[in-house]
Design a protein around this ligand. Structure first.
Ligand code: OAD
Ligand code: ZN
Length: 289
């Protein structure tokens, strides 16, 4: 299966909003070439990023699939290994795709659920969980549905795209299964209350994010003294808009990613490194409290 070409600035909400959501504009006079040396030399960037985090009391952290890559959970858009290089997102991650073939989509999520169940939090997840004690607030806003932040011990986690561990009723009768082992039999199982299909409790393309989760994420990012952005391509809105919101609210933005991202120009420092190596180096001994 080959993925269809997707426009930059993808949005889960584009269908209801009537078109792709444009990425926020850069402040006047800035471009991705701003401070090219400081951005690209990892050691300098790490030192700069550490300075930016020194004295921070409220830290927000936005994470994407790269956060879990070192746990063996594939990302979506990395060449060759990304899920969307092998699978069609419209078939497997949209309400239309589910309605067209519920068992196919259910089995794909069951495969991912098993993969995630076997995965272990990596050094990056653990560094974030351990660092929480050093801040007044350390809020993790994640696009990941794998639950690895919570399993690492993070308690203040906002799941923007839902959770692969939970399943809910397609007809929205309110039935929710928080644990896979509680699910009724079948592929997909039927809702015990209303007989509709059960579906994974994740946000699909064309669907709205939970407004409360999004509002809480926006609050966390705009109230933070700094925002750390880890392992996201910055292509999917509204999550990809959070760094600009934080920056406009006055918070320095630090990106950790081994590859360039769509939102590098929003960052004050870009650390070109994997999460498992960078986060312990960045957060060891950090925090003002
Ligand atoms: P992507 O797959 O788009 O991007 C993954 C990012 O992680 C890339 O920028 C990689 O360079 C980076 N990366 C890879 N390995 C890394 C590592 N070890 N450490 C740090 N970064 C690393 O994933 P997302 O940006 O999370 O939605 O994608 C956003 C959303 O699109 C997902 O939540 C998903 C997808 O469709 C759902 O399916 C619900
Ligand atoms: Zn139901």
């Amino acid at each position: 299966m080959s993925p269809p070409g997707r426009p930059k600035g993808e949005s889960f909400e584009r269908e209801r909003e009537g078109g792709p959501v444009d990425p926020p504009g850069r402040p006047e006079g800035e471009s991705s070439e701003r401070e090219p040396e400081g951005r690209l030399v990892a050691a300098d960037a790490l030192a700069a990023a550490r300075r930016m985090l020194a004295g921070v009391r409220r830290l927000a952290v936005l994470t994407g699939a790269g956060m879990s890559a070192e746990s063996g959970v594939p990302t979506f858009r990395d060449a060759h290994t990304g899920l969307w290089s092998r699978f069609d997102p419209m078939q497997l991650a949209s309400p239309e795709g589910f309605r067209a073939d519920p068992p196919l989509v259910w089995r794909w999520y069951a495969w991912r659920r098993e993969l995630v169940a076997k995965a272990r939090p990596n050094a990056g997840h653990l560094a974030l969980a351990e660092a929480a004690a050093h801040f007044e607030r350390l809020c993790v806003v994640t696009q990941n549905v794998d639950g690895l932040h919570q399993r690492a011990g993070s308690r203040d986690v906002i799941e923007l795209h839902g959770s692969i561990v939970r399943s809910r009723c397609l007809a929205e009768c309110g039935a929710l299964f928080a644990r896979p082992e509680e699910l009724p039999a079948g592929e997909p199982p039927r809702c015990p209350r209303c007989g509709s299909w059960l579906r994974p409790d994740v946000v699909w393309f064309g669907e709205r994010l939970d407004p409360e989760a999004l509002a809480a994420a926006e609050r966390a990012c705009t109230e933070a003294d700094a925002l750390l952005v880890v392992g996201t391509s910055g292509l999917v809105y509204p999550a990809a808009g959070l760094p600009m919101q934080a920056r406009r609210a006055g918070a320095p933005v630090v990106i950790v990613n081994p590859q360039p991202t769509e939102i590098d120009a929003v960052a004050d420092a870009v650390v070109r490194a994997a999460a498992g190596a960078a986060l312990p180096a960045l957060l060891g001994g950090a925090g003002a409290v």
